[in-house]
Ligand binder design. Structure first.
Ligand code: THU
Length: 138
């Protein structure tokens, strides 16, 4: 279980990253932060595109930044949207979490509520291409 002060710090990093959101189409800014096993924290914001499809969510930007910097052990991901409302990650980001941060806890805060869930709780049966379970049962 993530200690409260660690969750606090990760949420603060997510809020800071949210300030860099590039969201001229939706005007919906999202921030995220990924905590690595070695203590490094990588922020991410949503980055939209006029063709819509290429838009990337804040959670994926944070996780991809961590992996690109050599972190293969993401322990936690924090995500914040509008302060008034709790934001839970989209299905695509949950699938990416299942691959890059399968043991992680996900901290969400908004509307005066804090929710901490494991990736397995957020996505119980992820698609898995290269695991025993993926090959034999599906
Ligand atoms: N978005 C995120 O960054 N994370 C989520 O979990 C949900 C949605 C972004 C994508 C898009 O830029 C905007 O929020 C509206 O969907």
């Amino acid at each position: 279980m993530l200690e409260a002060h660690v969750a606090d710090e990760l949420l603060a990093a997510a809020r800071q990253a949210r300030e860099r959101a590039y969201a001229p189409y939706s005007n919906f800014a999202v921030g995220a932060a990924a905590l690595c096993a070695d203590g490094r924290v990588f922020g991410g914001c949503n980055i939209e595109n006029g063709a819509f499809g290429p838009t990337v969510c804040a959670e994926r930007v944070a996780m991809f930044s961590a992996v690109a910097a050599g972190c293969r052990d993401i322990r936690a991901v924090a995500v914040v949207g509008e302060p008034e409302r709790l934001l839970t990650p989209c299905g695509v980001c949950r699938q990416v979490m299942a691959e890059l941060a399968p043991e992680a806890e996900v901290v969400m805060e908004g509307g005066g509520e804090r929710l901490v869930m494991t990736v397995a709780e957020l996505l119980p049966e992820p698609f898995e291409l290269r695991t025993e379970r993926g090959r034999t049962t599906r």
